[in-house]
Design a protein around this ligand. Structure first.
Ligand code: F6P
Length: 354
């Protein structure tokens, strides 16, 4: 084996560059291999867009957000979109191009979609190793994904900032955070920021319970409230809020919560939708270290021919699991779990009346 390719697929996430850097360093320094970057995810394997990755070209990227290799949510070679709304299978072209480019192994860094494509390419005989990434932290195969703690830190900072303005104006501040259908970012940032109410996809809320909590706090002398709501949260018997239902892009539930409770309370409400700020910028130290350890471990796997594996963290250990066992196994907040129970003991309401 001589030449290893690295690609990033799906949405970006703080720490991607740290993975690339660690993988390149390990492959060159420990195994004396040549490394190339495949641009724009799997799309780059259709267009043959590759760049050399050397110790010089990765210099200075450790603290940088985004991905040096660029990325896209589109371009699944098995269902490649063509004009007119249909799709075609271009995986044969990908396999051919990988051979023509002389690539002997690929490290694919991405979320659920990327892992599924990696698995299917493995089935076609392409030597793949995967690194999981998502700010949502919703993969059961790993305790943590890199990027999650950075997103939590950014969301916590937003809660802190909303606290001071809420206090000054006697207002209810509702902060909507990302996470898709998992409530990890909302739960962690809500707890770290001392929110009064946290609304999660895993615990459907009742507007009357939110109103009760606000009234109880008023009786205790509090004149403001902080609500953190996960983008995938929903009212009991209701549905998720979508910015775009066709593509299932979540967003806007905070406005629905505001509308649900405004007429029952005498405090003003303001809504903040944090959005992609949570994915941008520099990774915090925890994510830089996790991403670097993942990059090193992925390089070891690909260099020693252990294909079809994904790196993961369990406790203090970096381990590897079969990609096919990791895909489509989501991890959600346990409504009866320790973290939720701790939050409840702190007086945080989940809007369900428990
Ligand atoms: O999966 C990561 C994530 O940031 C989710 O939290 C969010 O719902 C989604 O991606 C946003 O996707 P896009 O960048 O396509 O708007």
């Amino acid at each position: 084996m001589k030449r290893i390719g690295i690609l990033t697929g799906g949405g970006d996430c703080p720490g991607l560059n740290a993975v690339i850097r660690a993988a390149v360093r390990t492959l060159i320094r420990d195994y004396d291999l040549q490394v190339v970057g495949i641009q724009l995810g799997f799309e780059g394997l259709l267009t043959k867009a590759i760049i050399p990755l050397t110790l010089e070209s990765i210099r200075g990227i450790l603290p940088k957000g985004g991905t040096l290799l660029r990325t896209t949510n589109r371009g699944n070679p098995f269902e490649y979109p063509v004009p007119g709304g249909v799709s075609e299978d271009r995986s044969g072209e990908v396999v051919r191009n990988i051979r023509e480019l002389g690539i002997d192994g690929i490290i694919a860094i991405g979320g659920d979609g990327t892992l599924k494509i990696a698995q299917r390419l493995c089935d076609l005989g392409i030597p793949m190793v995967a690194v999981p990434k998502t700010i949502d932290n919703d993969l059961a195969a790993t305790d943590y994904t890199f990027g999650f703690q950075t997103a939590v830190a950014i969301a916590t900072d937003a809660v802190d900032r909303l606290h001071t303005t809420a206090e000054s104006h006697d207002r209810v501040m509702i902060l909507e955070v990302m996470g898709r259908n998992a409530g990890w970012i909302a739960l962690y940032a809500g707890m770290a920021g001392g929110a009064d109410i946290i609304l999660l996809p895993e615990i459907a809320y009742r507007p009357e319970e939110i109103v009760n909590t606000i009234r109880e706090r008023q009786q205790e002398g509090s004149k403001f409230d902080i609500i953190v709501v996960a983008e995938g949260a929903k009212r009991q018997g209701g549905e998720e809020a979508y910015v775009d239902k066709a593509t299932r892009r979540l967003g806007g539930i905070a406005y629905q919560v505001a509308a649900d409770i405004q007429q029952h309370i005498d405090l003003e409400i303001r809504v903040t939708v944090l959005g992609h700020v949570q994915r941008g910028g520099s990774p915090i130290a925890f994510d830089r270290i996790l991403a670097s350890r993942f990059g090193k471990a992925a390089a070891d796997l690909v260099a020693t021919g252990k294909f079809g594996q994904m790196v993961a963290v369990r406790g203090e250990e970096i381990v590897s699991v079969a990609i096919e066992d990791a895909v489509s196994r989501p991890k959600y907040v346990d409504p009866e779990g320790q973290v939720v129970k701790a939050a409840q003991s702190l007086g945080i309401s989940f809007g369900d009346g428990r």
